[in-house]
Each structure stands twice: as structure tokens, then as C-alpha cells.
Design a protein around this ligand. Structure first.
Ligand SMILES: C[S@@+](CC[C@H](N)C(=O)[O-])C[C@H]1O[C@@H](n2cnc3c(N)ncnc32)[C@H](O)[C@@H]1O
Length: 268
């Protein structure tokens, strides 16, 4: 492609993709925290800069999420959590088709697709963004039995009843906890929609489970374990994806079982 100038004057590498989206990563990405990463995408003849966390804008462009995070930055999270969950249910002789999963922070459905591959029988997506639901219905209309745009920290009684009636026995939440995304209170609300004994499968940046955590999840997960609310069955630290400089970003995938609701007092 012609080597156009990025809006900031950088000439980053240009990637021509099979669906003809052209995406550039910033060349001088010297100071980026994961939270401020961005790329530039050629749309209608103009380079548009998109922050990675501007999911509404990313989901609005068909194929951009997959090309950026999966093809270019080699995101592995849906595969890793799917494999870990599958191993654990198999150990217990649970058939995947019995899983009734609430997929929190479902985005455009890549995790749902993976869970269908594992064999999940019933799958409901929840995301705070209408653009995520639109993208899931546009790109993977067959994956979810239902998909709700909702803020789990502010569910109406009707929304709560609708979700409760789904009789979830599993929760998945991939690459969506912490930062300005899903806070501990929303995770708690989703966790409490799952039946006791149900499966909990999530991924989270490794730092958010460490002493340096600022997201509140390190304290929440520790408190849940200590209180016997969450029984951890398996954890795996893995490379979630590359950052814009090509360095690995490590996450932890955790699969466990719910023993009881998370009480208000366990929130950080
Ligand atoms: C990195 S994407 C992950 C999407 C999907 N889980 C995946 O792995 O492909 C994060 C998703 O979390 C959603 N999200 C952020 N904050 C949320 C909240 N408070 N409640 C529900 N979803 C939220 C975003 O809209 C976005 O779709």
C-alpha cells in the first residue's frame, strides 16, 4: 500500500489483510500502557486512530477486532480458557452440553464461539455496549441463545429476573476484567447469577491478581477463596497477546467452581 502518514506523523508498518482492512500499529510506541494502546485503520480513504479500549468504534468495523487482536496481536485468551474449562469438566465427567453459560463482557462473540466448540448447550452474552451486541449478531448470529446489553451493577428487577430464569451453571469472562472495563461489583453480580456448584472461568491480567493490583480483583478473588465462595480448580499464566511493540502481555486463566454467592462484604 502507499505509505501514508499516520495522524501523529509516524509511519508505522502497514498490514494488508484478507478482508482488505489496513491497520497500522504506531511505530514509536515507547510509553504505552495496555490501557492507552491504539492503532490506525484506513477507512473510506482516511486513517482513523482507534484506542484499543474504544470497543464501540472497533466493533463497528466488521473484522477489525479479529484482525487487530487475533491475527496481528495473536490473542490466545478464548482458546486458553476454553481448553482449561474443557479439561476441568471432563475430569468431573460433566457433559459440555449441560453447560448453561453466562458470557460476561461477551463482545462480538469470539468466546461464545469457542464455548460452542467446547460443546456448551446454552449460552447468553451480556455486554455493556450496544455495539458489542450488534457486532455479535452481525458476525456470529448463531452463537448466543440470547444477548443482553446491560450494566450488571444496575440491573432492573425485570432484567435480573430474566437472567436468573436462565438457570446459569457457568460463567465465562474473558479479557474484560479490570481497567475501565468490568469492575468487581459487576463480576460479583454475574457470579451470583450462577447456581452453587456452577463453573467459573475467567481470564485477567496477571498484575490484577498480584500485590500491585489497583483493580480490586486481587483482593476480591483472594477473599472469595478464603471465604470458600470460590473453589479454584486450575490456573494457567499464559501469553494473552502481544502489545503494540511485540512484547507479551501475560494473563491468568482461572477455572473453578462456585460454592456460594459473593457477599457484599467481600467486595474490595
Ligand atoms: C476485550 S473485550 C473482550 C470481548 C470478549 N470477551 C473476547 O474475549 O473476545 C472486553 C469487553 O468487555 C465489555 N465490557 C466492558 N465493561 C463492561 C461492563 N461493565 N459490563 C459488561 N461488559 C463490559 C466491553 O464492551 C467489551 O466488549
Amino acid at each position: 500500500m502507499a505509505n501514508r502518514k499516520l495522524p501523529d506523523g509516524n509511519d508505522g508498518p502497514s498490514i494488508r489483510h484478507r478482508t482488505k482492512l489496513e491497520i497500522r500499529l504506531p511505530e514509536r510506541a515507547d510509553v504505552f500502557d495496555q490501557d492507552s494502546e491504539y492503532c490506525s485503520v484506513l477507512l473510506d480513504g482516511e486513517w482513523r486512530r482507534m484506542r484499543f479500549h474504544d470497543y464501540d468504534r472497533i466493533f463497528a468495523v466488521p473484522g477489525l477486532y479479529e484482525q487487530l487482536f487475533h491475527d496481528i496481536l495473536d490473542c490466545r485468551s478464548p482458546d486458553v480458557v476454553g481448553k482449561l474449562l474443557k479439561e476441568q469438566i471432563q475430569q468431573d465427567g460433566v457433559t459440555a452440553s449441560s453447560l448453561r453459560v453466562l458470557d460476561l463482557g461477551a463482545g462480538n462473540g469470539l468466546v461464545g464461539e469457542q464455548l460452542r466448540t467446547v460443546g456448551a448447550g446454552f449460552l447468553v452474552g451480556v455486554d455493556i455496549l450496544p455495539e458489542a451486541k450488534q457486532a455479535a449478531l452481525r458476525d456470529r448470529p448463531e452463537v448466543y441463545d440470547d444477548y443482553h446489553v446491560a450494566d450488571l451493577t444496575a440491573l432492573s428487577p425485570a432484567e435480573h429476573d430474566t437472567l436468573l430464569a436462565c438457570r446459569f451453571n457457568a460463567l465465562s469472562c474473558v479479557a474484560a476484567l479490570g481497567y475501565a472495563d468490568i469492575p468487581p461489583r459487576a463480576f460479583r453480580a454475574a457470579f451470583n447469577l450462577v447456581a452453587d456448584g456452577g463453573w467459573i472461568a475467567f481470564t485477567i491480567k496477571d498484575r490484577f491478581l498480584s500485590d500491585d493490583d489497583t483493580s480490586g480483583f486481587a483482593r476480591l478473588i483472594t477473599a472469595c477463596r478464603d471465604a470458600g465462595v470460590l473453589h479454584v480448580r486450575a490456573t494457567e499464566r499464559y501469553r494473552h497477546r502481544l502489545d503494540v511493540r511485540g512484547n507479551p502481555l501475560h494473563y491468568v486463566a482461572l477455572v473453578g467452581t462456585k460454592q456460594a454467592d459473593i457477599g457484599e462484604e467481600l467486595l474490595p
